[in-house]
Design a binder for this molecule. Structure first.
Ligand SMILES: O=C[C@H](O)COP(=O)(O)O
Length: 310
């Protein structure tokens, strides 16, 4: 892990020196890539890939151990009638339910991700945020999805945001991968999305993630395009590959495939892998499974055929 040490004005001048994003160009390119069609053979491959990059998520106040167990069963065997359907990448839950997911998924290779650091607002002391992270890891999480302090970021206190990410990264150690949620729906501009992406990577993020799913707009193609450019350029300049997670509001197979095309055309095929790209979603998996069944058998199974998404 190479974490770059910055002091005050260095970090600010680096982030402020990043080239501005051509918003019109980014939206046009994302829109153009969204119209790409995929042929049948590639479509089955894309649907399987999409299933394999899902972080199957439930982040509701009404979550229960029973719901987590049901979700884990679905993660392990998404299509009860077809053992060839791939498993998802991870289950994503709140820290107090991590122990349930960890027990259910032990030995499966499916990761246990937990949101932490006072998700989704991030409005707590650093001490409490780190305790949240420690609790999740002690319970068995091997991935931590932290939120940045958007208030500090928007006030221009980049150093505080940077230092918090470094502290969380240190707390994760080798036990957990760190995904840093930028909450792009609150960052106001694509220039800020680019700055926040670089800030998170410089501070040691293993992944940068668009959104909590609790703020609108959540993931969008133009925002994800900017983040994919950032990870591509960061690997070029710093020699370390960082993953991207698009999360929030992605509900159809068609949308998921648009994101995969965007990944391929922006960061490149090295990122077309669950180790480097994820889709965080609570209600996408069933549509992926339905479209997959349609391709394999020529007919749809209704959504009732599959167990409910989160
Ligand atoms: O990280 C994942 C998101 O919280 C899920 O959002 P969603 O419920 O809109 O799919």
């Amino acid at each position: 892990m190479t974490t770059v040490t910055f002091t005050g004005s260095d970090l600010r001048s680096f982030l402020d020196g990043l080239p501005g994003v051509d918003r019109v160009g980014a939206e046009a390119r994302a829109g153009m890539l969204a119209t790409r069609s995929i042929k049948t053979t590639a479509k089955q491959w894309a649907l399987d890939l999409a299933i394999s990059v899902v972080d199957l998520t439930t982040l509701e106040g009404q979550d229960t151990p029973g719901k987590i167990r049901a979700l884990c069963a679905k993660a392990k065997r998404p299509d009860p009638a077809d053992p060839t359907a791939p498993t998802v990448a991870a289950i994503c839950v709140y820290p107090d339910l991590v122990h349930v997911a960890a027990a259910e998924l032990q030995g499966t290779g499916i990761h246990v991700a937990s949101v932490a650091t006072a998700f989704p607002s991030g409005r707590s002391s650093l001490e409490i945020k780190l305790a949240d992270v420690r609790e999740a890891i002690a319970a068995g999480a091997d991935e931590v999805d932290m939120v940045i302090d958007r208030g500090a970021f928007l006030a221009g206190d980049y150093q505080l945001v940077f230092d918090e990410i470094v502290a969380v990264r240190d707390t994760c150690g080798d036990a957990a991968h760190l995904k840093v949620i930028l909450e792009t729906g609150e960052l106001a501009t694509l220039d800020n999305v680019r700055r926040a992406s670089w800030l998170a990577m410089l501070a040691g993020a293993d992944f940068i993630k668009t959104s909590t799913g609790k703020v609108s707009p959540a993931a969008t193609l133009p925002v994800t395009l900017v983040m994919l450019e950032a990870v591509r350029d960061f690997r070029e300049s710093h020699g370390r590959q960082v993953g991207v997670k698009a999360a929030g509001g992605i509900r159809t197979a068609k949308d998921a495939i648009r994101y995969l095309v965007l990944v391929n055309e922006t960061a490149g095929e090295d990122w077309l892998d669950p180790d480097w790209f994820r889709i965080g979603a609570s209600s996408l998996l069933n549509d992926l499974l339905m479209q997959r069944t349609k391709l394999v058998t020529g007919r749809y199974s209704g959504p009732d055929y599959f167990t409910m998404d989160a």
